[in-house]
Write a protein that binds this ligand. Structure first.
Ligand SMILES: [Zn+2]
Length: 104
């Protein structure tokens, strides 16, 4: 019995075939940036916080002025009056004027 068991172990080493397949799949997935490996690139992206600053302009739909995000007028602005613009040009085509204080 024991001998037979050992023989079986030797002939079919556990997990070797499985491990080979698994490694292969991992490499495939990594190459295609799929599955778990996709999280690698996500966690590396630290630019998330930087994007919040000075990348857009805030318009006031009440006064029809637009401001830099850092302008003190934005802090006082009603949330419901806030309009986000990606560029100053975009704001002006919609009838907004640049704020004289922050000069966007
Ligand atoms: Zn302003």
């Amino acid at each position: 019995m024991l001998t037979e068991g050992h023989a079986k172990l030797a002939t079919y080493p556990p997990n070797v075939k499985y491990t080979e397949d698994f490694t292969e799949l991992q490499e495939e997935a990594r190459a295609e940036k799929k599955g778990v490996w996709a999280y690698d690139s996500l966690s590396q992206g630290s630019a998330e916080g930087d994007r919040e600053e000075e990348t857009s302009y805030i318009g006031n739909s009440s006064t029809k002025k637009y401001h830099r995000e850092s302008c003190s007028a934005v802090l006082k602005m009603n949330e419901e009056n806030k309009v986000i613009f990606q560029t100053g040009e975009e704001a002006e085509t919609q009838g907004y004027e640049p704020c004289k204080r922050c000069n966007p």
